[in-house]
Design a protein around this ligand. Structure first.
Ligand SMILES: [Cu+2]
Length: 526
C-alpha cells in the first residue's frame, strides 16, 4: 500500500463495517446485538437487468482428460481473457478458466490422482487452490506460489505490502497441480488464491467446480444424471460498458491491492447468477433432484427457500456438507449458506403441479436480490431414486478428550499497515510468520470468535462443529465441514485431526475481501 493512500485512510478514520456502524450512530455492541444480515456493501449495476426466470440454467461442461494412463488422469486448462454473454445481449469481458464462467467441471474418482496443467495467459500472476481438496502443500495454491504470465517482470511483482516470502515457489507460464483426491466424495471448487488479489480475481470469473465420486455413493440410489444439478451461486454487478463492476483501487490488479472505503467489509452485487446466468430457470421433471449448491459469492450470505406458486415451502433434504455425505438426512425449510460453503440437497418436485414454478429465494436479499432462480415443473416422470436413511458410516467422531490442544482465534476488524484491515488474533497475514504449528495426526479444538460475519475455512482438513456460543451446533452444521459461518458476535468451536500431509497451509476468512485485507494465517503441519 502506498503512503499517500495510507494517509488518506488515516485521516478518514475508516473502520470498515464497525466504522460505518459508528457513523450511523450505533455502538459496535448495539450493532452486533442486531445481528446485521449482511456484511459488506452492494454495488448497483449501470445496465438494464433482465427479468427473472427467463435465461435457461446452464450446466458447466465437464472437461475431458488429455490422458488417463497409469491410474491417473491428466487435464490441461488455459487461464485467459474471454468475452461472455451473461446478461442477454451484453458482452462481458471476464478472466476465465478455458474461456467460460464457471470454468469447466472436473469429474474425478476417490483415490484416483488428477494432475491439472494450468497455463496462465492472463495479464497478472495467478494461483490455483482446490477448495476442500486434501492436497499436498506444493499443489495447494499457497498465495505466494505464483504462476506468472510469460512476460511478467519479477521487479514489478507485488508481494503483499512489501513482504518477502523466501519459501514461495514461483513458476512461469505453466504449472502442474497434482491432487491425490484420497478423500470422501463431495463437491469441491477451484478458484484463484493469489496474494492480495483473490477477491477481484474470483469476481472476474476465476472459479470452477470439481466433483469427487466413489462407488459407495453411486450405490445409494440418489437422483443422478440429468437429475443431479450443480448450482454455483454468485452475485455480481455490471458497469455501463457491460463489464463487471468492482471497486478495486487498482483496476489492473497488478500492484495496489484493496477496494474503496465503502466496500471494506465486502463487495456485494445486485445480480444473482447461478452457473453464470442471471436468475435462471430450469425445466424440471416432477421428480426428485439432487442439488449440489455452492455459494461462490465474495461476501454475500443466503438463506435459501424453495417456494411454490401457491406459496408453500418445499423441504430441502440435506444429504451432504462441504466434505461429503452426512450420516443421515437432515430436513430444512430454510438453508443458510455462507461464502464457500457447499450443501448437497434433495428436493422433490413430484407433488408440484405441472406447468407451475418453484422459486428459489434468498430470505436475506431484498428487491432483485431476493430471487435466486426458478424451476418450471414441465412434465410428469417416473422416479427410481431414493434417499436412504443411512447415507454414510465413515464420519469421524472426534471427542473433546481426543484433543491435545485447545486454541482460540479472534476474527476482528483492526489496523493493518496504517490502514483498515481484518485480523486473526490481532494480526494481519504475513507469509513469513509462523502462526500455528500442529503435529501431523494431532486432534485439536479451535474456538473461533467473530465480530461481524466471517466464514472461516481451513485448508487440508475437514472438521466438525462442536458448539455455537456455548450451545449445540445448528441443524445445518451437521457432517464434515471445511468452512464454518461465524455469525456476528458468535464463538464457534470446531474439532479436527490434522492428518494427510505435512507442510505449509492456511486458514482464513472466506469473505474474499476480508481475506485480501489480512484475514489469513499460516497453518504449519509438521
Ligand atoms: Cu471475514
Amino acid at each position: 500500500m502506498r503512503e499517500r493512500d495510507m494517509t488518506r485512510r488515516q485521516v478518514l478514520g475508516i473502520g470498515g463495517a464497525l466504522g460505518l456502524m459508528t457513523a450511523t450512530g450505533l455502538s459496535a455492541s448495539a450493532a452486533l446485538a442486531r445481528r446485521p444480515s449482511i456484511t459488506g456493501a452492494e454495488l448497483r449495476s449501470a445496465v438494464p437487468l433482465p427479468p427473472p426466470f427467463q435465461v435457461p440454467l446452464p450446466i458447466p461442461s465437464v472437461l475431458a482428460p488429455v490422458s488417463t494412463s497409469g491410474g491417473a488422469d491428466r487435464y490441461a486448462m488455459t487461464q485467459r481473457e474471454a468475452s461472455v454473454e451473461i446478461l442477454p445481449g451484453v458482452r462481458t469481458p471476464l478472466w476465465t478458466y478455458d474461456g467460460t464462467f464457471p470454468g469447466p467441471t472436473i469429474e474425478s474418482r476417490r483415490g484416483r490422482p488428477v494432475t491439472v496443467t494450468h497455463r496462465n495467459e492472463l495479464p497478472v500472476p495467478t494461483v490455483v487452490h482446490l477448495h476442500g481438496g486434501r492436497t499436498p502443500a506444493a499443489s495447494d495454491g499457497y498465495p505466494t506460489d505464483l504462476l506468472l504470465p510469460e512476460g511478467w517482470q519479477e521487479a514489478a511483482m507485488h508481494m503483499g505490502h512489501g513482504m518477502h516470502d523466501p519459501r514461495a515457489v514461483v513458476t512461469r507460464l505453466t504449472r502442474d497441480y497434482t491432487f491425490p483426491l484420497d478423500q470422501r466424495p463431495t463437491l469441491l471448487w477451484y478458484h484463484d488464491h493469489r496474494m492480495d488479489f483473490t477477491a477481484p480475481a474470483i469476481w472476474r470469473g476465476l472459479a470452477g467446480l470439481h466433483i469427487v465420486r466413489d462407488d459407495a455413493e453411486d450405490a445409494l440410489g440418489l437422483p443422478a444424471g440429468r437429475r443431479e444439478l450443480p448450482l454455483m451461486i454468485a452475485d455480481r454487478a455490471f458497469a455501463a460498458d457491460g463489464g463487471l463492476a468492482y471497486p478495486a483501487l487498482d483496476p489492473t490488479l497488478r500492484e495496489r491491492p484493496g477496494v474503496t472505503d465503502p466496500y471494506l467489509a465486502g463487495v456485494l452485487g445486485d445480480v444473482i447468477l447461478v452457473n453464470g446466468a442471471p436468475w435462471p430457470v430450469y425445466e424440471a421433471d416432477a421428480a426428485r433432484y439432487r442439488l449440489r449448491i455452492l455459494n461462490a459469492s465474495n461476501a454475500r450470505h443466503y438463506e435459501l427457500e424453495a417456494v411454490t406458486d401457491d406459496g408453500h415451502r418445499l423441504d430441502l433434504v440435506q444429504i451432504g456438507a462441504d466434505q461429503g455425505l452426512l450420516a443421515a438426512p437432515v430436513t430444512h425449510r430454510v438453508l443458510p449458506i455462507a461464502p464457500a460453503e457447499r450443501y448437497d440437497v434433495i428436493i422433490d418436485f413430484s407433488g408440484v403441479a405441472i406447468g407451475s414454478r418453484v422459486r428459489v429465494v434468498n430470505r436475506l436479499g431484498s428487491g432483485r436480490t431476493r430471487d435466486v432462480m426458478a424451476f418450471r415443473i414441465a412434465r410428469d416422470a417416473t422416479d427410481g431414486s431414493r434417499i436412504p436413511r443411512t447415507l454414510s458410516d465413515d464420519l469421524p467422531d472426534w471427542r473433546r478428550s481426543d484433543a491435545v490442544k485447545v486454541r482460540e482465534f479472534s476474527f476482528r476488524t483492526g489496523r493493518m499497515h496504517g490502514g483498515h484491515g481484518w485480523l486473526i488474533g490481532g494480526l494481519p497475514f504475513d507469509p513469513g510468520r509462523s502462526d500455528v504449528t500442529v503435529g501431523l495426526g494431532n486432534v485439536e479444538v479451535w474456538r473461533l470468535v467473530a465480530d461481524v460475519h466471517h466464514p472461516v475455512h481451513l485448508h487440508l482438513v475437514g472438521f466438525r462443529v462442536l458448539s455455537r456460543s456455548g450451545r449445540p451446533p445448528l441443524p445445518h452444521d451437521a457432517g464434515l465441514k471445511d468452512t464454518v459461518s461465524l455469525r456476528p458476535g458468535e464463538s464457534v468451536e470446531i474439532i479436527t485431526r490434522f492428518d494427510g500431509y505435512r507442510g505449509r497451509y492456511l486458514f482464513h476468512c472466506h469473505n474474499a475481501e476480508h481475506e485480501d485485507m489480512g484475514m489469513m494465517a499460516n497453518l504449519e503441519i509438521i
